[in-house]
Design a protein around this ligand. Structure first.
Ligand SMILES: CC(C)(COP(=O)(O)OP(=O)(O)OC[C@H]1O[C@@H](n2cnc3c(N)ncnc32)[C@H](O)[C@@H]1OP(=O)(O)O)[C@@H](O)C(=O)NCCC(=O)NCCS
Length: 160
């Protein structure tokens, strides 16, 4: 499939909620979380009110059908809103997901390439990934390094 990648806009918030759900890691043999889980404050903060100053990201869609298939986004989460991948007040956290039927075809890589080429104003970005999530390999290829580990989750950071 050929995809088109464009910057995220406020109107994409609904799709980002779906992407937030798709980004939740479910270890093999475990049941997926209910969809409502994304409205828990610790998850909703990644997407709620998308389009605030500093929000930045890209959306991939199927060139033929126009259907959105994946997204990568950055948000600075600090103070009472710290996220799972918090490292400091100047480092936004990265989230990424591709719809299940489109995974493993290079779309996540294309999204990350767009993001790192976009000249985002912060000097580093961070993320949280569960141990065992295959996405870890993708992050390593993009130069993310583990900076801490806590209860099965790894915090990774990449300098811009
Ligand atoms: C992670 C993800 C965005 C990557 O997008 P993609 O289009 O599948 O990635 P690409 O095809 O460009 O690159 C392949 C890499 O993606 C990762 N990947 C592929 N399928 C994956 C899956 N089902 N779950 C997690 N990561 C996956 C692997 O690192 C893979 O590298 P490898 O071939 O060395 O194993 C996508 O697979 C996904 O949405 N996974 C589920 C959500 C998730 O885990 N998000 C990250 C939370 S921290």
């Amino acid at each position: 499939m050929n995809c088109i990648i464009r910057p995220l806009a406020s109107k994409d918030e609904l799709f980002l909620w779906e992407m937030l759900y798709q980004a939740l890691y479910v270890p093999e043999g475990q049941l997926a979380l209910p969809h409502e889980a994304i409205h828990l404050p610790e998850l909703a903060r990644y997407v709620q009110g998308w389009g605030q100053p500093g929000d930045c990201g890209f959306l991939a869609s199927d060139e033929t059908t126009g259907q959105p298939v994946g997204a990568v986004w950055l948000r600075l989460l600090k103070n009472e809103n710290k996220g799972y991948g918090y490292v400091d007040d100047d480092t936004p956290e990265l989230s990424i997901a591709v719809l299940p039927e489109y995974r493993g075809q290079g779309i996540g890589t294309d999204l990350l390439n767009c993001l790192v080429a976009s000249g985002y104003k912060h000097s580093s970005i961070s993320l949280s990934v569960s141990e065992g999530n295959p996405a870890f390999r993708l992050y390593e290829r993009f130069g993310f390094e583990v900076v801490s580990k806590n209860a099965g989750s790894l915090t990774m950071k990449r300098d811009y």
